[in-house]
Unconditional design. Sequence first.
Length: 162
Amino acid sequence: LGVSLDFVRERTDPFTAVGRSVIEVGRATKTVVLALEDVFGPSALKRVGKLLVGSGERTPSDAIGVVGAGRVAGQAAREGAWDFFIGLLVGFNIFVAILNLVPLPPLDGGHLAILAYEKIRRRKPDIRKLIPLTALVTGFIIVFALAITYLDIVNPIPTPFR
């Protein structure tokens, strides 16, 4: 997910805290955007394929899904690593938000792209031409989610709390 927690805790006034939170969310967003290649890039997809056929152990840098994130979050809570737990939740939410803004038809970003097309071209696109792309992207998302969930169950990432 591209989450890292390398900060020191200190008390401060609410105004400074709000300013810092905006900066930290910006940093986390940048980290997540840069980590998209580590999840959906060609080398990452090849790695998922190799893991699915059973060649190799997972590493903490491999993509995880909801099951894996839930497992790591549970381990963090048991160990009292609340900073990591909160960071994981924040990173996961930012990841889902950024991924949802990708301009592909079944995602919200695809709807925004269609609206932009309508504004620029001053006409509606032929939705029938978008159906194959929508089906392809939807199929990829489903297969990828199933593959990562399967890996989270049968070959979970090693716990970072040992």
